[in-house]
Design a protein around this ligand. Structure first.
Ligand code: ATP
Ligand code: MG
Length: 356
């Protein structure tokens, strides 16, 4: 199979972790007889430094003419003083919008070998955790009307959370369809006791659930959900939620699994060009030190093979190789209890590739 992949490494550890994933993809191509062509493009701070914009037209063009987009992470303190509209994160938001990436799928799975690294280890050893967060990605407060101004001599600002029923239907369908392939349960997380937008989510999701009689649907306020994720995470199968709650809850669910450096994501596009990236950010605090964990990015490559190219066997080969690496005690410093010394980021890609 011949595929073109737009590779946008971004900033901070983005550069280091994407290189590790490409080693693994190269090995898959060699072993299974595929050809992956990488088209490199700048995004975020790296693009700002060169072109004075966090999403150059050329980058969007490259992404739109590829079969999938593979991204590292954007941002960092280096660009803190850049004017708001040109900040690195704006580049990522614009790319999500430009590709119509309306659904962000974030599985949180615990690996056998990492159970003892979880802060909930006794619970996890007994019950396990396997959650899919389905986060709406191109609506809500991240894209709503916003303004900072002075009112009666007082500095004031607002951000608007707004959704229409079509936006809610589209992401809800993704959640129900995903649940059908899993344990058939959807939990809508919202704040319907306070927010009108949440009330509309409940109405629309309730209506849609009639098309999925096999799927159990329940509702949870986001404050309770954030507590339940720590108290009893195995109650969740698919968590369906809006853009901002999804951002927060997926970081939280990542910690249950041992490290934020373990969790991949897929963003599903309305024009068929899906994007894959780790759930974490550019981690400027550890960038350039060769200590970041690239497994979330490597597992994002597995998601790309599965969702964009329908290469299930190849995706499983990557996931199994990751499992082997962890079982052998090969770890970066974000994960507890290595066998022997911790290894560097730049050694992990090779270790995974060798086990495919
Ligand atoms: P964003 O706003 O882009 O989500 P963030 O401010 O939430 O970014 P992250 O970059 O996700 O921050 O990092 C949060 C913390 O987790 C940092 O302290 C970072 O060092 C750590 N971290 C993130 N990714 C990794 C990784 N791959 N390996 C090890 N540590 C990581
Ligand atoms: Mg974050």
């Amino acid at each position: 199979m011949n595929k073109t992949i737009a590779v946008t490494k971004g900033d901070g550890i983005g550069v280091e972790i994407v290189d590790e994933a490409l080693k693994v993809l190269d090995r898959v191509a060699e072993k299974f007889g595929h050809k992956f062509e990488y088209k490199y493009a700048l995004i975020g701070g790296a693009a700002y430094d060169k072109y004075h914009t966090p999403l150059p037209e050329e980058t969007l063009e490259i992404c739109k003419s590829s079969d999938a987009v593979f991204l590292g992470a954007v941002g960092g303190d280096k660009w803190d003083s850049v004017e708001p509209d040109l900040r690195p994160e704006k580049g990522l938001l614009a790319l999500r919008k430009g590709l119509g990436l309306y659904a962000n799928l974030r599985p949180a799975t615990i690996y056998e070998a990492l159970k003892s690294a979880s802060p909930l280890k006794d619970y996890i050893v007994e019950k396990g955790v396997d959650i899919l967060v389905v986060r709406e990605l191109i609506g809500g407060i991240y894209f709503g009307d916003r303004k900072t101004y002075v009112e009666d001599g007082v500095r004031t600002a607002y951000d608007v959370e707004k959704y229409n029923e079509n936006e809610i239907k589209r992401i809800s369908k993704m959640a129900f369809d995903s649940a059908m392939k899993r344990r058939k349960k959807v939990t809508l997380v919202d704040k319907a006791n306070v927010l009108d937008s949440s009330k509309l989510w409940r109405e629309v999701v309730k209506e849609m659930s009639k098309d999925y009689p096999e799927v159990e649907l329940d509702f949870m306020y986001v404050d309770n959900a954030s507590m339940q994720l720590i108290k009893n995470p195995s109650q969740f199968d698919v968590i369906l939620t809006n853009n901002i709650f999804g951002d927060i809850l997926s970081d939280e669910s990542s910690q249950i699994t041992g490290s934020i450096g373990m969790l991949p994501s897929a963003s599903i596009s309305e024009i068929g060009i899906h994007m894959y990236e780790p759930i974490h950010g550019s981690a400027p605090d550890i960038a350039g030190q060769d200590i970041a964990n690239p497994l979330a990015t490597i597992l994002s490559a597995a998601m790309m093979l599965r969702y964009s190219f329908d290469l299930e066997e190849e995706a499983v080969a990557i996931e199994n190789a990751v499992e082997k690496v962890l079982e052998e005690g090969i770890r970066t410093i974000d994960i507890k209890e290595p066998k022997g010394e911790y290894v560097k980021c730049s050694e992990i890609g090779t270790a995974v590739a060798e086990r495919i």
